[in-house]
Write a protein that binds this ligand. Structure first.
Ligand code: F6P
Length: 546
């Protein structure tokens, strides 16, 4: 197989790049009054305006040719047909099945798999309703008021992000999330909670992850210190996992284990039993609406032609900036306080999926792959890092996400929020030329001397690319569609970069070394040879910790 950089489509993009790179977005807009209509798409209630990108119609055609030459959609159909496309772990990749519709399915899989998904959803529905209604009681007969999810990575980030985003719909017990091995996380979360009224969800695909199991055992001790009876564990702990033996070994009754399968990757698992805290806090009807939104996006992704396809378009623009403009990072700027964990979720989704340097054919890439994904909600970021976005030396492509309507009563503030979002993308695109700055300064009465000194500082180059994603409101359906949109974006990019987006070998080495260093920190005689830095730090820790 020829290398990606030797494909016809790649060569064509390389030849095309200098022409586009020298164009200013301001001129592209001036030369085409219909640019917004032509370069915007709608699906599942989401508008994607990608007109403020450094592309022409030809760029998009060439990028779509790259997607075709890379067999992106063939791979997508293989995924939803249950082909083991996660080759290095020999697993299928079927998170789309978790949200598939019985009436109009997109997955072509065995009925038994589908039935298993439905069984888990029904079990989640029964259990979440019991907890929400107060029929489920703690060991001492008290109603549950607080649910603590103990998990990390995909067993934390997705459900945590969704619970925050759907907070206006929350009418069940309060949910809390503990992930860090740092005991401060568990301690501060449990402070103020009543063991008699607290339910723990131990969320771990493997049920072996050190952070999760350590926190789960500490939580178990906290409960037993108060309850004084081992039998309390069965009333205060449930699990979401694939590892039945380990769950039962922990003392959780098998009927209180919510199962999923190994074909659900951690970062794609919020749709599975890992979503239990979501179901408990907002109810199963809203959880099913979240799944329906994701399903609608699955269908759109699999069926829409490439030039109308939102995930494909977002992915191709990302490839354009990473591989041709040399962008190192990608910012996700949600103008929505409720999406304050959205970028964190996307970090795992994107960087654990495509932060790879070896292809599925086991060759080392000679091109860049996944960017550093980062972001904070607007408008806070405007007063922090936006300076660099506007006037720094780096190109940082960014997605701006905003809902037209809000769920609170401060409508004027929401209008200001939207105004800020739109103003930022306009400013990043247009910039302000030195001539305009000079004219402004002169109009304000500034003499020529100071004006000469200040003009360049106050000039904005513009030409900084952004996507805007706008929808009516952040309801469960739209959130589901939005998350699935990014999942498929990451999938498309992985397919183009030829990496396996579904393994995560890169997290293993650090885990292994931490286990052995933890032993050394506990036992001074057990120190093995280290490099000078690590050895010095081990010694310093010993000295400081006594
Ligand atoms: O960090 C690696 C990882 O395996 C993630 O992919 C996963 O989401 C996380 O750890 C948690 O794993 P588990 O759900 O098995 O505890």
């Amino acid at each position: 197989m020829i290398s990606l950089t030797d494909t016809v489509a790649w060569g064509a993009l390389q030849a095309h790049f200098p022409r586009v790179a020298s164009e200013h977005l301001r001129d592209l807009f001036a030369g085409d009054p219909d640019r917004f209509e032509r370069l915007s798409l709608r699906a599942c209630g989401i508008l994607l305006d990608y007109s403020k990108n450094r592309v022409t119609a030809e760029t998009m055609d060439l990028l779509r040719a790259l997607a075709c030459e890379s067999g992106v959609m063939e791979r997508a159909h293989a995924m939803v047909s249950g082909v083991r496309i996660n080759e290095t772990e020999d697993r299928a990749v079927l998170h789309a099945l978790l949200r598939d519709s019985r009436d109009s399915p997109v997955c072509k899989v065995d009925g038994a798999l589908r039935a298993g998904v439905e069984r888990t959803l029904e079990a989640m529905e029964r259990f979440s309703e019991e907890v929400r209604s107060g029929r489920w009681r703690g060991h001492g007969g008290e109603r549950i008021t607080d649910v603590v999810n103990i998990g990390i990575g995909g067993s934390d980030l997705g459900p945590r992000m969704v619970c925050r985003a759907l907070a206006p719909h929350a009418d069940g017990p309060r949910v809390h999330f503990v992930s860090n091995i740092d005991g401060a996380h568990l301690t501060s979360t449990l402070r103020g909670l009543d063991p008699a009224r607290t339910l723990f969800v131990v969320a771990s695909k493997t049920f072996t992850t050190v952070e999760t199991m350590t926190n789960a055992h500490a939580a178990r001790r906290w409960l037993l210190d108060a309850a004084g009876d081992e039998a309390a564990v069965a009333r205060h702990f449930v699990a979401a996992s694939t590892n039945r033996a380990a769950v039962v070994g922990f003392g959780i009754a098998p009927e209180h284990m919510f199962e999923f399968e190994d074909w659900v990757g951690g970062r794609y698992s919020l749709w599975s039993a890992i979503g239990l805290p979501i179901a408990i806090t907002v109810g199963m009807t809203q959880f099913r609406a979240l799944l329906a939104g994701a399903h609608a996006m699955d269908r759109h992704f699999l069926e829409a032609p490439l030039d109308r396809n939102l995930p494909v378009t977002l992915a191709l623009l990302g490839v354009w900036y990473v591989n041709f403009f040399g962008a190192e990072t990608h910012a996700v700027l949600a103008y929505d306080q409720r999406l304050d964990r959205f970028a964190a979720h996307l970090q795992q989704l994107d960087m654990e999926s495509n932060g790879k340097r070896v292809t599925l054919a086991s060759t080392t890439v000679d091109y860049a792959t996944g960017p550093v994904v980062w972001g904070e909600p607007g408008t806070g970021g405007q007063h922090a890092f936006f300076q660099l976005l506007h006037q720094g030396t780096r190109l940082v492509p960014a997605d701006f996400i905003v809902a037209a309507s809000c769920d609170h009563s401060l409508k004027d503030q929401h209008r200001l929020l939207v105004a800020n979002c739109l103003a930022q993308t306009e400013a990043l695109m247009l910039g302000r030329s030195e001539a305009e700055v000079r004219a402004d300064l002169a109009a304000g009465g500034m003499p020529l001397g100071p004006s000469n000194r200040l003009a360049s500082h106050r000039t904005f180059d513009g030409n900084r690319p952004t996507n805007t994603l706008m929808f009516e409101r952040l309801d469960p359906f739209t959130l589901g569609a939005l998350v699935a949109l990014y999942e498929h974006k990451v999938f498309v990019q992985g397919a183009i970069w030829r990496v396996n987006s579904f393994d995560q070998w890169g997290v293993e080495l650090g885990k292994e070394l931490a286990t052995s260093i933890a032993r050394e920190l506990a036992n001074p005689d057990g120190v093995r040879p280290h490099d000078a830095s690590t050895g010095g730090l081990v010694a310093e820790y010993r000295r400081l910790s006594g």
